[in-house]
Design a binder for this molecule. Structure first.
Ligand code: SF4
Length: 475
C-alpha cells in the first residue's frame, strides 16, 4: 500500500472550498466544513494522512517538507482555486519527484482533460465518486486496470471507463477514526451550529435536480444511497466516545430527511444516545416526521429555500411550492426546530423586483439565521450550460482575489453589479429589524459563550461587507 497523503490544499486565507464544502468561497464569518470526502477515502487506505490546510491555517511552506514522506498525494481541488491547487500539486512533485500526484473533486471530474493538461506534473485525475479508485491506486494497481481515471499513456491522455457508483454504503468504513487521527476538531466552525460540532455523511446523492447544485450533478448522482440506520447510530456513538467535547452532530447528506421512515428510525436511535443533532432538509418534511425528529434531539435544520418567487423556483427545477414551504416553516416554529435558511440571488429569472420579493419572503418565514449566496455557475451544472448558451456568464473567476464570491452572472435587465450589491441589502434587511435583533439579543443573554460568539461573528460580518466591496472595486 502506498503511503498516501490526502490534501485539502492551502489557498485563500479562510477559504472553505474543499473536500466538504458545497459552495466554495470565503464566508461571511469564519467557517469550515469537515473534509468528509477526503476522510472517507482515507478510511480505505491504511496509514494514510489527511491534511486540511485551510482549516489548520497551513501554508504551502508548512506542507512542502512533508512531501518526501509520501508516495501518493491526492489533492481535492475546486473550481475557484483550480490554478493555485495545481501550483500546490506541482510544488509537491518538485519537492519529491517520486511522488505520484492525483486530483479529485467535482471540478476535475467535469473537466478531466483540461485539468490534466494544466500540468505535466499531475499524474492522473480520479473522476466522479473516487473512493475505490484511489484505494486501487494506493494498492499499486496498474493505471490501465483502474476504472474512473484520466491519465497519460505514452504521452497521450486516455480516459478509462467510468467507475460504477457505490451502492453498498455500509461497506465504506467509518470516518470517525480518521477524524480522530488527523483532524483538530476545534478547527471547524459553522456559525449556526454549536461549537465544537462534527459533521459526516450517512448517504450520498439527491433525487432533486436543482440546476445550480454541484454535487448531485457531478459526484453524488440523483439516487439517495444510504447507510443503514443501525450503522449511522453506531458511528455517532463512536464519535461521542472519541470526541466527548462535541456539542452537536450534523448529517451533511444532501437531503437527510428525504426518506422519512429512515430519518425517523435514525432519530430514535440518536434519541437513546442523548445527543443534539442537526441536518440538511428540503422544506417539505411532514409534521409527524418533524415531531419524531425533534423529540429525539433534532435542534436545527439547514434548508435551501433559494428564492421566494415561485417562477424562479420553477426555473431552477427546485421542485418545491411556496405554500408547502410556508406550512413546513410554521410546523418547525411550532415544534421549536431552529432553521438556518439559505438563499441565492441572481438565479435565472431574477429581477430587481424578485430580489425584493425574496427578501420579503425571508422576513415572512423568518428562519433563525440565513445565508445569502450569489448564483455560482460551476462547470458541470445545468446552470453553467444554460449561462453559457444564453451569454449570462461573465468570463473570469468565481471568486475575488481574496476568496470572496463575485457575481458571475448578469442578465440584460439585471447587471452583475446589481446582483452583487443586493447580497448586502438582503442581509441588512433581514437582520437589522427589531424582531430579529430582539431574537438574537435574547439568545445572547441566555449564554455568555453565545454572546462572545455572536459579537465575534458580528465583527467578522461587518468586515466581510466592507472587504467584499473593496475587493470587488479593486478587481
Ligand atoms: S435539493 Fe438540495 S441537494 Fe438536492 S439538488 Fe436541490 S439544492 Fe442540491
Amino acid at each position: 500500500m502506498k503511503k498516501t497523503l490526502f490534501l485539502n490544499p492551502p489557498s485563500y486565507e479562510g477559504f472553505d472550498g474543499g473536500a466538504g464544502s458545497r459552495y466554495q468561497a470565503k464566508r461571511e464569518v469564519r467557517s469550515f466544513w469537515y473534509p468528509t470526502w477526503l476522510a472517507q477515502v482515507a478510511a480505505l487506505v491504511p496509514d494514510s494522512r489527511v491534511i486540511d490546510a485551510p482549516a489548520r491555517g497551513l501554508s504551502l511552506d508548512d506542507i512542502l517538507p512533508q512531501a518526501k514522506d509520501f508516495e501518493l498525494a491526492i489533492l481535492y481541488v475546486s473550481a475557484p482555486t483550480f490554478n493555485s491547487d495545481v501550483q500546490v500539486a506541482e510544488a509537491l512533485k518538485k519537492a519529491n519527484p517520486r511522488l505520484m500526484v492525483g486530483l479529485v473533486g467535482a471540478h476535475v471530474a467535469t473537466l478531466p482533460e483540461p485539468s490534466l493538461e494544466a500540468s505535466q506534473l499531475v499524474d492522473f485525475i480520479a473522476r466522479h465518486e473516487f473512493d475505490y479508485t484511489i484505494k486501487e491506486i494506493a494498492e499499486g494497481k496498474p493505471f490501465d486496470e483502474v476504472d474512473g481515471i484520466t491519465w497519460r499513456k505514452n504521452g497521450k491522455i486516455v480516459h478509462n471507463r467510468d467507475r460504477a457508483q457505490i451502492h453498498d454504503m455500509d461497506a465504506l468504513p467509518m470516518v470517525a477514526p480518521v477524524y480522530h487521527r488527523d483532524l483538530v476538531i476545534e478547527d471547524y466552525f459553522i456559525g449556526y451550529l454549536k461549537y465544537p460540532y462534527m459533521s459526516f455523511y450517512t448517504g450520498r446523492g439527491c433525487r432533486a435536480k436543482c440546476t445550480f447544485c454541484l454535487w448531485p450533478q457531478t459526484i453524488g448522482g440523483h439516487t439517495y444511497r444510504t447507510r443503514s440506520p443501525a450503522k449511522v447510530v453506531e458511528e455517532v456513538a463512536l464519535m461521542k466516545k472519541m470526541f466527548p467535547q462535541v456539542q452537536e452532530f450534523f448529517f451533511d447528506d444532501d437531503t437527510f430527511t428525504d426518506n422519512h421512515e429512515r430519518a425517523e428510525e435514525i432519530a430514535r436511535g440518536l434519541g437513546k444516545l442523548g445527543i443534539t443533532w442537526s441536518c440538511n432538509a428540503r422544506p417539505n418534511v411532514p409534521y409527524e416526521t418533524l415531531k419524531i425528529l425533534k423529540e429525539n434531539g433534532l435542534r436545527l435544520l439547514l434548508v435551501g429555500y433559494e428564492s421566494g418567487v415561485q417562477e424562479i423556483l420553477n426555473n431552477i427545477k427546485k421542485g418545491t411550492k411556496l405554500e408547502i414551504i410556508r406550512r413546513f416553516n410554521a410546523d418547525c416554529h411550532k415544534l421549536g426546530i431552529a432553521i438556518h435558511g439559505t438563499f441565492i440571488v441572481g438565479l435565472p429569472g431574477e429581477t430587481r423586483e424578485t430580489i425584493k420579493q425574496t427578501i420579503a419572503f425571508a422576513k415572512e418565514i423568518n428562519p433563525h439565521t440565513i445565508q445569502v449566496s450569489l448564483a455560482a455557475p460551476y462547470p458541470g451544472t445545468a446552470l453553467y450550460r444554460q449561462a453559457r448558451e444564453n451569454g449570462w456568464l461573465k468570463e473570469g473567476d468565481l471568486v475575488q482575489d481574496n476568496g470572496l464570491q463575485i457575481a458571475a452572472l448578469s442578465y440584460p435587465h439585471l447587471s452583475s453589479e446589481e446582483i452583487f450589491e443586493s447580497l448586502a441589502d438582503f442581509y441588512k434587511a433581514f437582520y437589522f429589524r427589531p424582531r430579529k435583533i430582539a431574537e438574537i439579543t435574547f439568545e445572547m443573554l441566555k449564554s455568555w459563550d453565545m454572546t462572545k460568539r455572536r459579537l465575534r461573528e458580528g465583527a467578522e460580518f461587518f468586515r466581510f461587507l466592507r472587504t467584499r466591496h473593496d475587493g470587488c472595486e479593486a478587481a
